[in-house]
Ligand binder design. Sequence first.
Ligand code: CU
Length: 307
Amino acid sequence: MKKLSMSIAVALALLGSAAVQAKTVKINLTAKEVETAIDNKGTMYRSWTYEGMVPGPVIHVEEGDVVEFTLYNDKSSKNSHSVDFHAARVDVVKDFEQVKPGEKGSYTFKADYPGIFYYHCGADPMIQHIARGMYGAIIVDPKDKAAMPKADREYVLIQSELYANPDNQADMMANKWTNVMFNGGIFKYDPVHDPAATRMLQAKPGERVRIYFINAGVNEFASFHAIAGIWDRVYPSGNPKNQMHGLQSYVVGPGDASTFDIISPVEGANALVTHSMRQALSGAIAILQYTKDADPKMGRGENILVR
Ligand SMILES: [Cu+2]
């Protein structure tokens, strides 16, 4: 009996070591030039996208994973596109090269650093490709599961600017945006400022809510703040080694990202904003509502980026 339990222990140890070995993950994205809704009324905009959505899909891997990435550029596209993963260390010329309509391009990288990283199109002119919607999030979970406190719910919020005329690069270069948005929509999660809004972020009081915040820019800095709340922890670039406590706001520059944890001791709500008021009041406000009967599906699975 003793011998048997020993051999089981050895087998489990072997299984354990196999489980922590780096795995290879295949990720595919397709660039598509389609119309997307930019507000709660359904106003359409001639976006350029990954998979027909703004932001693009949330990509989730683990520290140490080898990512085999392929970009397909849909044959209906009029422009070349590319993907620049901030989680990758590769050759900017060879790997981030733009892909022509109807063609594909591949490269491989190892996700060496845990955290929240931006991805975006780098095709020329980059300012226009990003401003039209070619951006998204890649989360690299730390290999050490105890490196960060476990989050009860997680949400991705990506800030960006809206330029009224998607063809007008001069307005983008002159920083003449009309609105700042979270996840590609004006007041997308804010029924206070837009009665047409139907979505909010949800959690229960006392839960640790983790916000993966990316600033896609293209030009503005974000001063990310929770009105009526305090960030319990902020992790610049989402790396567990970068840990700050008790912050009221934290600046995330264009092309940067950080992980923000918040816990509400009470029922009610926080308004998550960029505290630059011109940015917030033109569309960059998300209500995070705390109720005891918060929807268990929110902030989990597919709903970490609320579409
Ligand atoms: Cu592009």
